[in-house]
Design a protein around this ligand. Structure first.
Ligand code: PLP
Length: 376
């Protein structure tokens, strides 16, 4: 099986797993048990990991909060800002192509708490409409949510420009950076991002652990506790911390930064060229995209049919993993106003560091056979 679904999740890197092992067994003590050396060893590993992550993102350790992944980070950021700051400002601006973790949270606030949502449109290439933001952002807007890179197309957004508009209007800027972090460095403070979500399993770390960044200066974003219990004074989140996963997340970020993504980009581009020669269109091809993602369509050829025939040999998706249970066209592709034939022919291939040139050749061959068969 050739795995081309790294936007859904990545494997844990071997080097990362090795660093995690001792914290499952040998150094298993509760990091809150500061009374004995075993607990202090676990706490030291957590402190070291937090410091390393904070340094990578150019933020202070006190600005990072552990979560169970990007979904919880998105929920905490949006619901938290709403809870503490929505007395005067009731509007939330969000792009039409956000992940469901953002969209459903915003819709919940609209339904239950009186938030007014302003949907930011995107171009046919999947870039958010910056002019629309400039025209609609004002002193009534509380928060703007725009993701760093889309999970379906890989298209990146002009975060710096959005950050500037947010600052000028004193609007909180929340960025879901989940899909960008594997392949690119990001420093939220340089981009005017006040809150940022991420998940370790998208960059060769373990599942079930993420971070939320919330700025403590310029502006100070004071979020409510996510829950109540032990450990609240530091983490605003209760419960025993998961030392192996935390160690794994920090190791994964250090590891992934040292990898050769250019090699992956070359393979991604080569396959795109090959598929174009068979009649494919590449969504978002003209604009800036992360290096490992492709959204491809053979207009007029059913993506379901392609998947059905190739799924034993290549693991890939039609929409995002979180919505593959949801039949019907993806909200991202409809927001891009693509025609029905292009939408129904579209699928996502997302490359990873473990993919080889042999696999590339095999994928080319499989698609050639499949497309020729379906064309006839
Ligand atoms: N945001 C984006 C852009 C994603 O791609 C995903 C996962 O697919 C999430 C949020 C949710 O991440 P998690 O499943 O780790 O909570």
């Amino acid at each position: 099986m050739i795995y081309l679904d790294h936007a859904a999740t990545t494997p844990i890197a071997k080097e990362v797993l090795e660093k995690m092992y001792p914290y499952f067994s040998e150094h298993f003590a509760n990091p809150s048990s500061q009374i004995h050396p075993a607990g202090r060893t676990a706490k030291a590993a957590i402190d070291k990991s937090l410091k390393s992550l904070a340094t990578s993102f150019g933020v202070d350790e006190s600005e990072l909060m552990w979560t169970s992944g990007a979904t919880q980070s998105c929920n905490w950021a949006i619901r938290g800002v709403w809870k503490h700051y929505s007395i005067k400002r009731k509007k939330i601006m969000l792009s039409t192509i956000e992940h469901s973790a953002v969209i459903e949270t915003a819709k919940y606030l609209e339904r239950e708490e009186g938030a007014e949502l302003i949907w930011i449109p995107v171009t046919e290439d999947g870039e958010v409409d910056i002019d629309f933001i400039a025209q609609h952002i004002n002193e009534k807007v509380l928060l703007i949510a725009v993701m760093a890179a889309n999970n379906l197309t890989g298209v990146k957004q002009d975060l710096k420009k959005i950050g500037e508009l947010a600052k000028e209007n004193e609007v909180f800027f929340f960025c879901d950076a989940t899909q960008l972090i594997a392949t690119e460095d990001i420093k939220p403070k340089d981009l005017g991002i006040d809150l940022m979500a991420m998940s370790a399993h998208k960059f060769y770390g373990p599942k079930g652990i993420g971070l939320l960044y919330a700025s403590r200066r310029n502006p100070r974003v004071n979020l409510p506790n996510w829950e109540y219990g032990g450990g609240m004074e530091i983490w605003k989140k209760g419960g025993t911390l998961d030392t192996p996963s935390i160690v794994g997340m920090a190791e994964a970020l250090n590891w992934v930064r040292k990898q050769d993504w250019e090699r992956v980009k070359v393979m991604r581009d080569e396959l795109e060229d090959h598929l174009k020669s068979l009649g494919a269109v590449i969504l978002g091809e003209k604009v800036d995209r992360i290096v490992n993602a492709s959204n491809i369509s053979f207009p007029g050829i059913s993506n379901k049919r392609i998947l059905q025939d190739l799924q034993q040999e290549i693991a890939f998706s039609l929409a995002s993993a979180c919505s593959s249970q949801n039949p019907g066209p993806s909200h991202v592709l409809t927001a891009m106003r693509l025609d029905e034939k292009t939408i129904n022919g579209s699928f996502r291939l997302s490359w990873g560091l473990g993919n080889s040139r042999e696999e590339l050749e095999k994928v080319k061959q499989l698609f050639t056979m499949q497309i020729e068969k379906l064309k006839n």
